[in-house]
Design a protein around this ligand. Structure first.
Ligand SMILES: Cc1cc2nc3c(=O)[nH]c(=O)nc-3n(C[C@H](O)[C@H](O)[C@H](O)COP(=O)(O)O)c2cc1C
Length: 174
């Protein structure tokens, strides 16, 4: 399968650690690409509506090539740190820009990885999971996993061997 991973963190920290563990398990049988929004030039959605009568977004930046990759994927993995009780702006920027090709995102297999600096029973993880549940319902996604992890310092998740093993197994068992 083609897996596209969107990394909502700009630092080489816990979200990337989680992604790397997932890739370790998944790379043998799948083709994987990581999208790193902070390294792209993507203007925020202006809600201009031009995309409704044009083939994609009218912005002449990295928007359309990025969305081409996402629509071509069998599996989309959204990975994000918790920023202010929600997903990061970097990830949300990409999701907003998918509006121009929204229906082409239908019926995807989708996973989410959320890493925050509070314990996993905090409301923030529930809020983020619920937001993805709503998108999943709207776009008929098959939500294959939704995982939350508690780690603050950038090297903290790497020390949590059980979580790393869990992520490797999720990748392996896709
Ligand atoms: C701007 C900002 C906002 C944050 N807001 C929250 C928050 O609301 N709840 C929380 O638990 N952690 C919050 N954190 C902590 C990060 O989620 C946490 O450090 C996480 O491990 C960062 O992931 P990373 O290492 O992949 O960047 C915030 C961090 C930043 C930089």
């Amino acid at each position: 399968m083609k897996i596209v991973i969107i990394n909502g963190s700009a630092r080489r920290g816990n979200t990337l650690t989680a992604i790397d563990a997932f890739i370790k398990g998944a790379s043998e049988k799948n083709e994987i690409e990581i999208i790193q929004p902070d390294r792209l030039h993507i203007a925020p959605c202006k809600g201009c509506g031009a995309c409704q009568c044009y083939k994609g977004c009218i912005d002449q930046d990295d928007t359309n090539p990025t969305i081409d990759k996402i629509t071509a994927a069998d599996v989309i993995l959204f990975a994000t740190p918790v920023y202010w009780w929600g997903m990061s702006a970097q990830l949300k920027l990409i999701i907003d820009k998918c509006y121009c090709r929204g229906l082409q995102l239908k019926n995807k297999k989708v996973g989410t990885i959320v890493v925050g600096g509070s314990p996993v029973d905090s409301i923030q993880y529930e809020l983020i999971d619920k937001q993805f549940d709503c998108m999943a319902k709207y776009l008929s996604w098959d939500m294959i996993f939704q995982k939350s992890y508690y780690a603050t310092a950038s090297d903290e998740l790497a020390k949590d061997k059980d979580s790393i093993k869990e992520l490797e197994n999720i990748g392996k068992n896709l």
